[in-house]
Design a protein around this ligand. Structure first.
Ligand code: NAP
Length: 480
């Protein structure tokens, strides 16, 4: 089934055809079938998008907060109306189960509503001055043009989590989504168009990354680059953007520890492992990567996890009966299978998985798999897995366990299971991770700041801190 999309380029309020014949071919990851060919941007279109955003900045940033919020509220309502249609297109291009896709659209839309509300409370400060005839004011204001670069794993929410606070604050936007998932981005910009945002405030350039990224880095009008994706590209953009004195915020990958203490409710821990690890086929930056279970409950936990993982049903994401869809690409399958092969070579034991049901394409699906006896230096322990493969290890010493998980270069999300408040406080505060969830599996709420430390980046998305990322502080010293 092929779908017709007029363009992947939206500049100054219009869908634009590229100067070249460049297209992005979009494939259904469940079948490999070509589902759309989207006219795509190059350098010229990226520059035109930056110029349009720069021109629109003055008018947009001069609207009052409630006027800007009105556009965000309208877009939120349209996403809710169209969630089923947009979710279905996401599943066709990305593979995730349809329930997760529709849920993601509603989650993404919620950022628009939350920041429509929050921008109206973005107060300044009056600082005590040294004289009766002087006032010190601090005000928060927009920076200018913000370039947003996003990955394919959450093609709706990763864009809206940046765009909502940035545009609410009065910035204007140029967005470059991942090449694998332009259709979800196009549906987002159709909503913005129909919500009536002024021309130039929101611009989209789907296309080849390097020339578009070069324009974002080189163009003086771009004041901030907000990136979510791999450490390699995040580091490159930070280095090059830093040289131009641009603000670069990066949200990168993680190697999340999932720690289960002996007093934990094992059913709660296992059901949260299932939700955290196997949603989106494990392709999430906060998916549990290292599962560390106290020796005293290791066998019971392993048996319960094995039962739950063996019951997962694999199939096309469009069928709501299936929990595990295809991986984003055959290359992604190869990367996960390389971690499995590496672990087996080093003596790991496969407890369940490592085989696919009949009719499931091994080039497109990974088998949900549990391993034990995995050495500390195996790839699956040290590197982000980004697939439905999980190694479960036993620990006895709390301090040795903490030393081991804190040795990671990453520091995004960590999971902790215990009913003991003292353990909850002590261990969560000792974890060198930007976020810790205790007895749960969700981090990404609109009202809380999502982000990491160390090699996972320094950005915060969501909540009040997520708005501050897109504002700069101006100090006014008034003498009279
Ligand atoms: P990626 O390869 O770094 O791609 C991310 C984005 O960067 C894509 O839009 C990509 O475009 C673009 N890009 C690539 N080269 C570029 C260049 N030279 N200049 C400008 N942009 C460029 O990452 P990915 O594999 O798609 O995403 C998975 C990673 O994202 C994982 O590590 C995951 O943990 C991380 N992630 C982090 C968070 C978080 O909040 N911390 C959330 C979700 C995902 P193309 O697609 O066109 O190559």
């Amino acid at each position: 089934m092929s779908m017709k999309f007029e363009s992947g380029i939206y500049i100054d309020g219009k869908w634009v055809q590229p100067a070249s014949k460049a297209v992005l071919d979009v494939h259904n990851p469940a079948t490999g079938e070509l589902i759309a060919s989207v006219p795509a941007a190059g350098r010229a279109e990226a520059q035109a998008a930056v110029d349009a955003a720069a021109t629109a900045f003055k008018g947009w940033s001069n609207l009052n907060a409630n006027q800007r919020a009105g556009y965000l509220r309208k877009a939120n309502a349209l996403f809710i109306e169209r969630a089923d249609e947009i979710g279905r297109i996401m599943t066709l291009e990305q593979g995730k189960p349809i329930g997760e896709a529709v849920g993601e659209v509603l989650w993404g839309a919620d950022y628009l509503l939350w920041y429509a509300e929050e921008i109206r409370r973005s107060n300044g400060t009056i600082v005590p001055s040294d004289s009766l005839n002087t006032r010190f004011y601090l005000r928060r204001r927009a920076r200018g043009v913000v370039a947003c670069i996003t990955p394919w794993n959450f093609p709706n929410a990763m864009l809206l989590r940046k765009i909502a606070p940035a545009v609410a604050a009065g910035n204007t936007i140029v967005a470059k989504p991942a090449e694998e998932t332009p259709l979800s981005a196009i549906k987002i910009f159709e909503v913005f168009h129909d919500a009536g945002f002024p021309a130039g405030v929101l611009n989209l350039v789907c296309g080849e990354p390097a020339p578009i990224g070069d324009v974002f880095i080189e163009s003086p009008a771009v004041r901030q680059i907000s990136f979510t994706g791999s450490t390699q590209i995040g580091r490159m953009l930070s280095e090059r953007g830093g040289k131009q004195l641009k603000k670069v915020t990066v949200e990168l990958g993680g190697v999340a520890p999932f720690i289960v203490f002996p007093d934990a409710d094992i059913d709660v821990a296992v059901s949260n492992l299932m939700a955290g690890k196997f949603a989106n086929q494990g392709q999430s930056c906060v998916a549990p990567n290292r599962v560390l279970v106290h020796q005293d409950i290791f066998d019971v936990f392993l048996a319960a996890a094995t039962k739950a993982v063996s019951a997962l049903r694999l199939g096309h994401g469009t069928n709501p009966d299936f929990e595990v869809g295809p991986m984003i690409s055959p290359e992604a399958v190869t990367r996960v299978n390389a971690q499995l092969a590496d672990a087996k070579k080093r003596g790991a034991v496969v407890i369940t998985g490592d085989s696919l049901p009949a009719g499931i394409d091994p080039k497109r699906w990974c088998s949900p798999t549990i391993l034990t006896n995995v050495p500390a230096d195996a790839m699956v322990t040290c590197e982000e897995t980004f697939g439905p493969l999980v190694a479960i290890e036993a620990f006895t010493s709390e301090q040795a366990m903490l030393d081991s998980v804190n040795a990671s270069e990453s520091g995004l999300g960590a999971y902790l299971f215990t009913k003991d408040l003292a353990v909850a406080h002590r261990v969560s505060e000792a974890l060198e991770y930007g976020m810790v969830v205790i007895n749960g599996a969700s981090f990404g709420y609109v009202q809380t700041p999502f982000g990491g430390t160390k090699g996972s980046g320094d950005g915060r998305e969501g909540g009040q801190d997520g708005l501050l990322e897109y504002q700069e502080l101006q100090y006014i010293n008034l003498n009279f």
